[in-house]
Write a protein that binds this ligand. Structure first.
Ligand code: SER
Length: 624
């Protein structure tokens, strides 16, 4: 079974059950200050769980490109990848457990229209309840699962494990449906209930695991169980029953609507359909795996394959190697891939062929994958890095001559020159019989991982930062600024990137030269004039074609579904019933949020204007 076929069947299955298929959002979210990357299908949909109506209705499905930087160091086994596609189906206050669980089980097991998995190899988990929040055990899901398995002739025994530790002591006990506590069967963007900020939605979940039947590895605990990490069981799907929201006082209340957030790993489901636990055997990895010689350790081959695939998708969504944020993570990925290639003398990948082969696998679904752009970004970064990397090898050789390499040295070589630590430790032993203090190295590494976790996994600053009052004012200021730039510089000015935090707004736009002081003043004057006029900000939903006809500005890097959300500013007499688009000051494709009248924005000021790259300028601005 190929990835493309499973993706097609999944979307068709849910389309037939009343879902609208929406495009994948960008891997690098433009307007979400809480995170660098899109790491799950639900992330771009948060407002709709909280009650905002989705323009496409209450039943939505897609395959979402996802990237999880925090998994980078786990890549190398047969199942971890940083990039993956998440198959999603969502109910915004529509169907709930009794519809969703039977559907997903049908999809997973149906031979003609689904993944065709043998139900005997599927194990499921449910929420065991939690004293702290007072949210009780999910008995309803247990009953639904029992019936579904019974229809397939399987007598599904229920086993309560509670904590993961209990699982490793007590094991399977002949069970099919297992209950675990908040650590395993509660889902929110920020994890367990205690870690959630006020305002954040979450809920109990029910997960599906595929049993690959590989022997248990006691390194991971005395007994095996579905959540054991030994590799026998791989999670292939997660139905989150998102019906709660955390309150300011730390307790939980029910949301106004009951939602379902299902996410399933496309590559993992494909591997299960092939009954092969090695993710790197599926078709999408072929163009690269088959070009890597078998003399290279399998772990290295997997790292190269994962990192190159992730990098091409990140580049396609606008990321460029740099020293901070998403660009830094991209750089680390690309460098690691190159190192694993160059450390071994006999590998010289024809990167052009590899990139071309990977893109051919995806081009019909993700047309943003452009061979030329991606290859040139790749080659440029590669050329820059080779020099540094060779210096790293020289440093390493010096230490070898001195006869001592500490854990701190290995970490420094890793963090400064990007020299992979596993190889450095291995090489030290092989080439000079030097034993590196690995514990010392790991302590340094742990410090570093903590840092990158907070930088990339998403930091929540007390509440949903993107819906705070200040951020909302900056969103509206952003629309006014774009229009003012077009008035002052010309209508050819287009937005080329944007980022809004509660502290400031940042906009990249197409323009060649430095703005003069007069131009900057004029831009400020126009924005402040529109604020003083206290124009209404109107939200409308319409067909994409109609919005395009109205000349609505696109948000940079976004692809749009057939129904879109649009915000227009002015004229003074505009109302939601009669938005008078032809007289509007600004119209943009946008999910919001925005203030209701421009007067709420406050005084607008340009803080800084600078070049980002050839033909692109960047403005930082603020409101007071
Ligand atoms: N949000 C859930 C997850 O990421 C299910 O879509 O697992």
């Amino acid at each position: 079974m190929e990835v493309g076929e499973i993706r097609r069947r999944y979307l068709e299955f849910f389309r037939e059950r009343g879902h609208v298929v929406i495009p994948s959002a960008s891997l690098v979210p433009e307007n979400d200050p809480t995170t660098l990357f899109t790491g799950s299908g639900m992330q771009p949909l948060v407002p709709y769980f909280l009650g905002q109506p989705h323009p496409e209705g209450k039943r939505i499905t897609n395959s979402q490109k996802c990237f999880r930087a925090e998994d980078m160091d786990d890549v190398g086994d047969n199942r971890h990848t940083t990039f993956f596609e998440m198959l999603g189906n969502w109910s915004f206050g529509d169907y709930f457990k009794s519809e969703q669980l039977p559907w997903i089980f049908e999809f997973l097991t149906d031979k003609e229209d689904g993944a065709g998995l043998d139900p005997a190899n599927i194990y499921v988990t449910v929420f065991s309840g939690d004293d702290e929040t007072g949210i009780s055990r999910d008995k309803e899901s247990v009953e639904i699962w029992r019936k579904l398995f019974s229809n397939k002739g399987i007598d599904a025994k229920y086993v309560e494990l509670g904590s993961i530790e209990a699982g490793s002591e007590r094991g399977m006990q002949g069970g099919r449906i297992f209950a675990y506590n908040v650590k395993k069967n509660w889902w929110s963007r920020s994890g367990v209930p205690a870690k959630m900020p006020a305002g954040e939605p979450g809920g109990p979940d029910s997960e599906m695991f595929y049993d690959f039947g590989t022997p248990h590895d006691p390194k991971y605990g005395k007994e095996c169980h579905p959540n054991c990490d030994c590799g026998r069981f791989v999670e292939i799907g997660n139905s989150v029953f998102m019906e709660y929201k955390k309150k300011e006082d730390g307790s939980f209340e029910k949301l106004a609507q009951r939602n379902v957030d299902f996410g399933g790993g496309l590559e993992r489901i494909t591997a299960a359909a092939n009954n092969d636990p090695d993710m790197f055997h599926i078709d999408v990895f072929k163009p690269i795996m088959e070009r890597l010689p078998e003399s290279l350790p399998i772990r290295n081959r997997r790292i190269i394959a994962d990192h190159i695939r992730a990098a091409i998708f990140l580049i396609a969504d606008g990321a460029r190697p740099s020293n901070k944020g998403a660009g830094y993570v991209l750089r680390r990925l690309m460098r690691r891939a190159m190192i694993y290639e160059y450390m071994t003398e006999d590998v010289k990948l024809d990167i052009g062929l590899v990139i071309g082969g990977l893109i051919a696998k995806y081009k019909n679904v993700y047309p943003e994958l452009d061979v030329e752009t991606i290859t040139s970004v790749y080659n440029e970064e590669n050329a820059k890095f080779l020099a540094t990397f060779k210096n790293g090898l020289k440093e390493f050789d010096k230490l070898v001559k001195k006869g001592k390499i500490s854990g701190g040295d290995v970490f420094r070589l890793f963090s400064t020159y990007g020299l992979p630590y596993e190889s450095a430790i291995e090489f030290a032993k092989e080439r000079a019989n030097i034993v590196v203090d690995e514990d010392e190295f790991r302590r340094e590494m742990e410090k570093h991982r903590e840092l990158s976790r907070t930088a990339s996994a998403g930091v929540f600053k007390g509440g949903l930062a993107d819906h705070s009052e200040r951020t909302t004012r900056l969103h509206t200021a952003h629309h006014l600024l774009l229009r003012a730039l077009q008035i002052v510089l010309g209508s050819q000015v287009k937005q080329r990137g944007s980022n809004i935090t509660s502290e400031r707004l940042r906009m990249d736009f197409s323009w060649d030269t430095k703005l003069t002081d007069e131009q900057k003043k004029e831009v400020e004057r126009i924005v402040n004039e529109k604020i003083a006029e206290d124009l209404p900000v109107i939200h409308s939903e319409m067909d994409r074609g109609q919005a395009e006809k109205l000349g609505a500005e696109h948000e940079f890097g976004q692809k749009y579904p057939d129904r879109v959300s649009v915000y227009s500013v002015g004229p003074k007499s505009a109302t939601p019933e009669n938005p008078q688009f032809e007289k509007a000051f600004s119209i943009e494709f946008c999910g919001g949020p925005h203030v209701s009248h421009t007067g709420e924005v406050g005084h607008f000021q340009v803080m800084k204007e600078e070049a980002v790259s050839a033909g692109i300028r960047r403005i930082r601005a603020n409101v007071a």
